[in-house]
Each structure stands twice: as structure tokens, then as C-alpha cells.
Ligand binder design. Structure first.
Ligand SMILES: *Cc1c(COP(=O)(O)O)cnc(C)c1O
Length: 397
């Protein structure tokens, strides 16, 4: 997945363009900036690449989620349905707005189970947030139908699935809003950065204003701009945008390499009786940043994960207990530990996550291993690694 593996002269050149002018801010200073507008240029190119009308670049993926939710008018007491398997940014962004995260089960796509989503809808539900974890996607048609039926916003977290598609559309461009992260370990990186894409003109305008203190960006004098509503600062700097611009030009090559490496790993593991693969919804194409597979039981998955480590195969993740991406690891959320008092809406409406039954998610994620697909490996290294993976997993079955 990581674009940082191919950081090079192109990134340095883009950053130097900015350093030469000294204008590190994305707005204003027109006379000094020698016509360098890295953030704007990135937004134009990224929107085109995703097939979306609008793109708003921001300071992180977490900021992108927060800005997207705010842009759609989500606030105190509004319920947002999210999966049990995701990065913590999902509930952080919801809680930041005083909205209420409602956690529901995943299925063998490793993303939201549409039936569980439907069952969780109340009169306070405003948004459904599928998270396209580990390079593949949620069943977007099913989720869209639910959202249309119940008049809900569909917000895709595509932070881990840049370049994947669903029914010919880029992941992130299918819902009302889509979010991306360009943090240091994502498919492409800005160092830190994120983006919101949408075809909704109103949401795009809200995002533009909200991420910059509510500035309406009308006229040439920043100090005299209007502020139609309260905003915040989630701006990206020109330096970060410059890195992203160089990386964006490498995206097609990154995806090609990921696909080649993924195919070699998959070929090797397909020969093992007992290994099955994550379900990709019909019409979906992964971005191939991870190979996600199931062992027959939780016990065997634990053993296989240990065997992979023992063989020296790094970057294989057992999310169920070893990492911070599953509800099992979120005791701070379950116990509602926050520095200050959480809003009364959150305290009244949140599920008691210590007693909610997520056995359906456990049954899937307990058997899941995800192998990261890097792009810096040579074909020979990938083949050697695939062979080691095959031997390690076969040894426990
Ligand atoms: C990385 C990530 C985020 C947050 O992005 P940051 O840029 O690190 O804030 C959100 N959601 C998912 C699924 C991610 O993987």
C-alpha cells in the first residue's frame, strides 16, 4: 500500500517549487507565490481522477471525515451507523461533532453488513458510513438502496481503498460524500493529508468554508471575506499538498505493482485447502493493497499468524486481537473515556458497547489475516515471500 516507498526526485521537485516562493499557505499571497497553487492543483487533478465534481483537500483523513459529516449538516444527537472493524478515526470524527456512533456488525466482505445497518436505523439516524477496509469495498448498491429508502447520507470512508472501483466508479465517488487519507502509510501520501470528494455542490461549498474557519473565499482580500457559518481549521499546507501532487502522478503505477504482487500471493495461497478469501461484492475491483484471507477457525488463524511471524513474514495482520482496528481493542470507547464530559446526546444515545453482541463480527474477524502488499519488493522477493507464506500457513492445517 505505501506510496512512501517510492518517495523521490518528483516529490522533492514539487516541494522545492513551494520552498522557492516561501508561500507555505494555500490561500492568498498571490503576488509572492509565483503562480504556485499546489493544493488547488491537487484538488483539480484528484477530482478528475476520482470522477467526482468536487474535491476538498484537508489536513488528514480524520479531518476529511469530520469535514464531510459537518458539510452534510450532521451534528449533536444525529446517529451515524459505522462498522465494528475500522480505524478509530471513524468514531473520533463522529464524536467530534457531538453526533452518536452506532456500531453494527461486519460480514465476510469485512465491511458493513447491510442487514445489520437496516436493523440499526432509528428516527435519529442521519448517515451510514461504510469503511472500505484493507483495499476492498462494502456492498454499495445495497447500502445506497437503504439510504435512499430512509433518506440518509451515504458517506464512504475510502481511506484504505484508493484506486479500487465499484461498478466502474472509483471508491469514494459512489456515495453522497467520500473521504481519503494521505497519511504517511496510505496508498499515496502527503506526509499528512486527506480529501473529501462529492458531486453535491452545496456539500462542496460547505466543505470549502468549514475547513477554513467558515471563510467564504469570495473576493481577493482574505481579511474582508464573509463567514456564513462557524467553521474550524482543517487546512492543508502547500508543502504537504506538493508531496501529494507528485505522489498522485505515481498512483497508476502504484496500483499496477500492487495488483501484480497481490496476484502472486493469491496464487500461492489458493493452493492451500482450508484457506478462503474475503468476499468482494459483485462489480467490485479491489485496489490490491492487502490480501485478506480466512482460516477455517479462530484457533487456526492464531496459529497461522504465529507461523507467518516465525517464518519471518512481516506485515501480516491479525486484527482481531493484535491491532487497534477492531472493537475488541477500543476499551476507551467502550468505557467512554474522554478528557472532558461528552455531550448528553452521546451519553444518552450510545449503545452500551460492553454488553452489545458482536458475535457475528467476531466470527468473521477471528478467522481473518490480512497480508500487506508493498510496492518496493522485486518480483523475485514477492515470489520468495509467497512461498514462505504458503509453507507457514500449510504447516498449521
Ligand atoms: C488512515 C485512516 C483514516 C484516518 O486518516 P488520517 O489521515 O490518519 O487521519 C480514516 N479511516 C481509515 C479507514 C483509515 O485507514
Amino acid at each position: 500500500m505505501p506510496g512512501f516507498e517510492i518517495f523521490g526526485a518528483e516529490e522533492r521537485k514539487q516541494v522545492n517549487d513551494v520552498l522557492e516562493t516561501g508561500v507555505l499557505m494555500r490561500y492568498g499571497f498571490d503576488g509572492m507565490r509565483n503562480n504556485q497553487w499546489k493544493a488547488k492543483e491537487f484538488e483539480t487533478e484528484f477530482a478528475k481522477k476520482m470522477g467526482s465534481e468536487y474535491c476538498q483537500l484537508v489536513s488528514s483523513g480524520t479531518a476529511a471525515l469530520t469535514v464531510a459529516l459537518a458539510s452534510a449538516g450532521i451534528g449533536a444527537g444525529d446517529e451515524v451507523i459505522m462498522p465494528t472493524f475500522t480505524f478509530v478515526a471513524t468514531f473520533e470524527s463522529i464524536l467530534a461533532l457531538g453526533a452518536v456512533p452506532i456500531l453494527v456488525d461486519i460480514d465476510d466482505t469485512l465491511t458493513l453488513n447491510p442487514k445489520a445497518v437496516e436493523a440499526a436505523i432509528t428516527s435519529k439516524t442521519k448517515c451510514v458510513m461504510p469503511v472500505h477496509m484493507c483495499g476492498s469495498m462494502a456492498d454499495l448498491d445495497a447500502l445506497k438502496a437503504i439510504c435512499v429508502d430512509h433518506n440518509l447520507i451515504l458517506l464512504e470512508d475510502a481511506c484504505q481503498a484508493l484506486g479500487g472501483t465499484y461498478k466502474g466508479k472509483s471508491l469514494g465517488s459512489y456515495g453522497d460524500l467520500g473521504c481519503f487519507s494521505f497519511d504517511y502509510v496510505k496508498t499515496i501520501t502527503c506526509g499528512e493529508g486527506g480529501a473529501v470528494v462529492t458531486n453535491n455542490e452545496k456539500f462542496a461549498k460547505h466543505a470549502d468554508h468549514y475547513q477554513d474557519h467558515g471563510h467564504d473565499h469570495i473576493g481577493g482580500d482574505r481579511g474582508a471575506e464573509g463567514h456564513p457559518f462557524i467553521g474550524y481549521n482543517f487546512r492543508i499546507s502547500e508543502l504537504n499538498a506538493a508531496v501529494g501532487l507528485a505522489q498522485l502522478k505515481k498512483l497508476d503505477d502504484i496500483l499496477k505493482t500492487q495488483k501484480r504482487n497481490y496476484a502472486l500471493f493469491r496464487e500461492a495461497l489458493e493452493t492451500i485447502d482450508g484457506v478462503t478469501f474475503r468476499r468482494v461484492p459483485e462489480g467490485g475491483v479491489e485496489n490490491y493493497s492487502f490480501l485478506n484471507f480466512f482460516l477455517p477457525t479462530e484457533e487456526l488463524a492464531v496459529k497461522a499468524h504465529k507461523a507467518l511471524s516465525a517464518q519471518g513474514v512481516d506485515a501480516c495482520f491479525y486484527w482481531y486481537t493484535n491491532n487497534w482496528h477492531y472493537i475488541k481493542g477500543w476499551s476507551h470507547l467502550k468505557d467512554m473515556k474522554s478528557l472532558g464530559r461528552l455531550s448528553s446526546e452521546v451519553r444518552n444515545q450510545m449503545q452500551d458497547l460492553n454488553s452489545t453482541d458482536f458475535s457475528k463480527s467476531d466470527a468473521v474477524l477471528g478467522r481473518t489475516i490480512s497480508a500487506l502488499v508493498k510496492i518496493g519488493w522485486t518480483e523475485a522477493q514477492v515470489k520468495e515471500r509467497a512461498e514462505k507464506m504458503r509453507n507457514a500457513i500449510a504447516s498449521v492445517l
